[in-house]
Design a protein around this ligand. Structure first.
Ligand code: ADP
Ligand code: MG
Length: 410
């Protein structure tokens, strides 16, 4: 038996401790998990929420969508109303938080004000040594004695650049340093899975940027599984190797950040991820999806949209990213020269953003934004402009259920 197995108590229900037959079940898996707090709608309702082993997974979504609930259920601080929690294929649903080999860092770090950095970081280990000296967490070779605790605390503090601050108290630390103490306290226990609930939200913008890179480096050095919660989609895109976008207690889409960005599953994901958000508006077709028309806008495709006529619908939600629009060319809204979208509109608000300019457009009851590089020239407020988007950069969604429709122009 390895340390890892001894960390799981043996008095579990049936099936506990037995490897799951699903080979995908490495890492962390919420299997059919529902968590209801008594409200009409569950706070969390996920047929399958999978965190790949060794990944830096980011749970992202608007406030109240169930991110913290997912973390608390994973850590064991909360019991699911229904469903199972699996870690490395082992059912830990009824394993207490302390026995899961999982550590959680909260938004406010919650350091003990009267303890030094060293005491704060070592607190969990001292507790563990007192109550369960033989149950080391993963990597815990040998018993947890004073020397071992000191060795681990010093190691974690060195790794996080806290080496010179061991004797300080939290009040004598900056926000960024306190955040690193919170992290050190979690990693010192050598968790298989590190759960971070909005760990950067207390930091100011500049420190936050720096802390992002530190977290990514830390993950690389530890080689364990990290699940981080944020409501900031740019942070999610920047940091995650795996993204889980949540909405209303459910998983809206999961996958690598580039997939989520380039192939959003529905209009919610399309507009939540990306800045400025994707432009989306309904457009109607009269020829089964070969062309779409609206005042000031026209789309021409090489092939009709598969299945569009079959569902009886003649309308799609048409989306395009602000960065995929190209300003200029002749006014060709009526007859685009290549398959794609052509829009004629007026520049309404122009935002200079350093290396790019965001031009907000209005016209014929439509609003959209286009991002252009800030080299060369860009439209002035009031200018009439034509924007084109190539067909392969268009996104089509079914207006009935939001489902992404097959690739266009293919
Ligand atoms: P997020 O972290 O994404 O902002 P949470 O997981 O904290 O969202 O909350 C999801 C939903 O569950 C929210 O509607 C919230 O009000 C509700 N909720 C969370 N915790 C509790 C609780 N202890 N009691 C009752 N409702 C809760
Ligand atoms: Mg939360």
């Amino acid at each position: 038996m390895t340390d890892q197995m001894t960390a799981v108590p043996t008095d579990l229900g049936s099936g506990a401790g037995v490897a799951d037959p699903d080979p995908d079940a490495d890492g962390l898996l919420l299997d059919g998990v529902v968590k209801t707090y008594g409200g009409a709608r569950p706070a969390l309702d996920v047929p399958r929420l999978h965190v790949p082993a060794g990944s830096f997974t980011v749970l992202v979504g608007p406030s109240g969508c169930g991110k913290s609930t997912a973390l608390r259920v994973s850590s064991g601080l909360e019991t699911p109303t229904r469903g199972r929690v699996l870690l490395g294929g082992v059912d830990v649903t009824s394993t207490p938080a302390a026995g899961r080999g999982v550590a959680m860092v909260f938004q406010d770090f919650a350091l003990y004000p009267h303890m030094t950095v060293e005491q704060n970081v070592g607190f969990g280990l001292r507790l563990e040594a007192r109550h369960r000296p033989r149950r080391g967490l993963r990597g815990g070779a040998g018993p947890l004695n004073k020397a071992e605790i000191r060795r681990r605390v010093t190691g974690a503090c060195e790794l996080l650049g806290l080496g010179g601050l061991l004797e300080r108290r939290p009040a004598q630390l900056s926000g960024g340093e306190r955040q690193r103490v919170g992290l050190a306290r979690a990693i010192v226990r050598r968790p298989r899975v590190l759960l971070l609930d909005e760990p950067l939200s207390a930091l100011d913008a500049q420190l936050r940027q720096q802390a992002r890179a530190e977290l990514v480096r830390l993950h690389r050095e530890l080689g364990n599984t990290v699940v981080m919660v944020t409501h900031d989609q740019l942070e999610a895109l920047a940091m995650g190797t795996h993204l889980i976008v949540m909405n209303g207690g459910r998983v809206a889409q999961a996958g690598p950040p580039t997939d989520v960005y380039h192939r959003p599953a529905d209009p919610f994901v399309a507009t939540f991820v990306g800045s400025p958000p994707m432009n989306i508006a309904p457009m109607a077709t009269t020829d089964a999806g070969r062309t779409f028309d609206a005042p000031g806008r026209r789309v021409r495709l090489d092939h009709p949209v598969p299945g569009l006529g079959a569902s009886g619908s003649s309308t799609v939600l048409l989306g395009w990213r602000p960065g995929d629009g190209v300003i200029g060319g002749p006014a060709e809204a009526d007859r685009p020269s290549a398959p794609g979208l052509a829009v004629e509109a007026t520049a309404d608000v122009v935002e200079f953003a350093g290396d790019a300019v965001v031009v907000h457009l209005t016209g014929d009851g439509m609003r959209a934004a286009v991002t252009v590089p800030a080299r060369g020239s860009w439209p002035a407020v009031g200018d009439r402009v034509t924007v084109t988007v190539p067909a392969e950069r268009l996104h089509l969604f079914d207006p009935a259920d939001g489902r992404r429709l097959p690739a266009v122009g293919a």
